[in-house]
Write a protein that binds this ligand. Structure first.
Ligand SMILES: [Zn+2]
Length: 253
């Protein structure tokens, strides 16, 4: 016998035709990626990493860039993490034909590696698995840049224009991609169910998708270990472990 709230969430998803999902750090913690703001998070344990995540320091200080490249090349920034049952539950949702769009605040590409279709995933904060030039449109896999670092380049430059390379993430001081925001808003407007997973919904502007979905008439399910700032808007709130409840509410068993 499931808890009544889990049953209710499952029934809402069973009835749904188009589910928009928003995921945050909480879905990746079971893969061994600590929430970067949490007590074991990279920003708490390594203040240099926080500097590297601020575009101003990254651009102005070669030492910040070198430390960041060295940490990535050594595998210190979660090189060998694998998707967990939470990610696979969302693959199952897509296989049932119900997933409209998977919006994620995570930069680990674990949704795609679990099997979610890349064209349905919107990475609003970018990805650490790719590099982007800060000057031109050049993008490539992170591994290409890391090979150059391991071969002795401390601060690899863009092979096309010589500009600064950085992980293709949205750092502090950088704007979200307007196209990513637009796709997220369209998903929130078109979904009949919106599920927020592993996020405290405190980060603007992507938390506004919850409001947009609600105003457009979607039902709202929140799954997070802790209460969120938008629990009062939700039809069902599951303050439980994602790995426990997400497979159940998507009908995996
Ligand atoms: Zn370039």
């Amino acid at each position: 016998m499931q808890s009544p709230l889990v049953e209710e969430a499952r029934a809402i998803i069973d009835e749904a035709a188009a589910v928009a999902v928003l995921t945050g750090a909480g879905i990746s913690t079971d893969s061994g990626i600590p929430d970067f703001r949490g007590p074991k998070g990279i920003w708490t344990t390594n203040p240099k990493a926080e500097k590297a995540s601020n575009i101003r320091y990254y651009v102005s200080d070669p030492e910040v860039r070198k430390a960041n490249w060295a940490a990535r090349a050594s595998g210190a920034l979660w090189a060998n993490v694998e998707p967990n049952v939470g990610h696979f539950a969302l693959v199952h949702l897509e296989q049932r034909g119900k997933l409209h769009t998977l919006i994620t605040q995570n930069v680990d590409e674990l949704h795609q590696r679990a099997g979610s279709s890349p064209e349905r995933v919107v990475e609003v904060h970018g990805t650490t698995r790719k590099v982007a030039c800060l000057e031109c449109e050049y993008r490539d896999n992170m591994e290409e840049a890391l090979e150059r670092v391991r071969s002795g380049e401390e601060d690899p430059a863009c092979p096309r224009c010589g500009g600064l390379l950085k992980s293709a993430t949205v750092s502090f001081g950088q704007s979200l991609d307007p196209e990513d925001l637009r796709r997220s808003e369209v998903a929130a407007n078109e979904a009949d169910v919106f599920v927020a997973i592993g996020t405290t919904l405190a980060v603007f502007p992507i938390n506004e998708t919850v409001m947009i979905a609600k105003q457009a008439g979607a039902r709202l399910i929140i799954v997070n270990a802790e209460p969120t700032v938008m629990d009062h808007l939700a039809d069902v709130v599951l303050n439980e472990q994602i790995a426990d409840v997400l497979p159940k509410i998507v009908g995996m068993g």
